[in-house]
Design a protein around this ligand. Sequence first.
Ligand SMILES: Cc1cc2nc3c(=O)[nH]c(=O)nc-3n(C[C@H](O)[C@H](O)[C@H](O)COP(=O)(O)OP(=O)(O)OC[C@H]3O[C@@H](n4cnc5c(N)ncnc54)[C@H](O)[C@@H]3O)c2cc1C
Length: 394
Amino acid sequence: MSSAQSRPFDAIVIGAGAAGMMCAGVAGQRGRRVLLIEHHPAIGEKIRISGGGRCNFTNINAGPANYLSQNPDFCRSALARYTPRDFVALVERHGIAWHEKKLGQLFCDDSSLGIIGMLKAECARGGVTWWHPCAVERVAREGDAFTVDTSRGRARARSLVVATGGLTVPKIGATPFGYRIAEQFGLQVVAPRPALVPLAFPPDLLSRYGDLSGVSVDAAVSCNGGRFRENLLFTHRGLSGPAILQVSSYWDGRTPLSIDLLPGVDVRAWWATGTSRARLDHLLATRLPRRFAQAWCEAHDALRSLPEIGAAARDALARALADWRVMPSGTLGYAKAEVTLGGVDTRGLSSQTMAARDVPGLFFVGEVVDVTGWLGGYNFQWAWASAHAAARAL
Ligand SMILES: Cc1cc2nc3c(=O)[nH]c(=O)nc-3n(C[C@H](O)[C@H](O)[C@H](O)COP(=O)(O)OP(=O)(O)OC[C@H]3O[C@@H](n4cnc5c(N)ncnc54)[C@H](O)[C@@H]3O)c2cc1C
């Protein structure tokens, strides 16, 4: 390890995921001598499994409104200076074919491996040195530089970039390492929790709706200021699907979800005459999945025709269809979550460079920071943009 020990670096990047590889490649191409350290045997695992294997690598509409953070403005500068179009230009320079799926979500035509290959090639172009697989044992600040003790020996550089991501999917390399480094250097960490995650039903709802696993409803789901009109999917544990994953990031464990089961439908006008002899679940089955309509009506004591139900109860049912209150019992946790909400508190960081305000040379990029995107390519765009901001300052 002696050659490694004596090797001078300008920057050490810990974590070779989306943000770490982007940061290392860009800094290397700016002439910085960069060491990139990754502990997991496989590189870019989250990129590989993302977007169902096709990596939803950005969203052309990405803007500050699509991110959650204690400081919603923090992401503004980095997102403005490295845009989805910049990333698309990079993808195209590497000849990776892509398409828009829906709602501005851009995916690889072929495989997410193309994005990993591209990032590795960018690192090679920047002359980045890899230590991989390599465990980081200790980080310290000595004088105006950082020393990093690893399973491959000691490295030293005046800048240290922490790109170790969040806590989701621990089996492919996630660790709380970045939060520990932040705390070691006196930065605050906003308590992390799983986000973009399926939600579990409590036993009573599970016994009513658990059999509907696989049934989906086009719904508008709201909670604590987040509102998403997309598919809601019943699972054998509770609820999932894009609308639920999105709203899970807003769910605080205390507030019930409000689900509009017939968004855009004026239910009262539809039922105005109230003369249909059909049972309500049969009527609802013209707009909702039949088995769900039946289970929902059973739960609301409404397996009857509108005239039998009566005007007052009809009104209450119309309200309940537009505002079905569901209180999940919890989330399915980090093993099933796409991202981690919370992370390194942005109050301690520069939004221009991602540098720690009070620790010269220390940077945090990507998901380890308290900036969490919606579902749909926003999280990768934050990884690219925050990494780019730091790389320009190294
Ligand atoms: C199943 C799934 C699908 C997803 N799909 C999408 C999608 O399609 N679009 C989208 O925008 N986002 C998606 N995401 C979210 C996206 O993958 C992350 O937000 C993004 O990868 C974050 O980038 P990052 O570089 O900050 O962290 P990561 O990509 O998680 O990289 C962190 C790296 O640090 C390494 N590391 C951790 N601890 C240490 C340590 N102590 N020492 C050395 N290395 C360490 C890890 O092994 C990892 O390689 C998905 C996430 C999951 C789980």
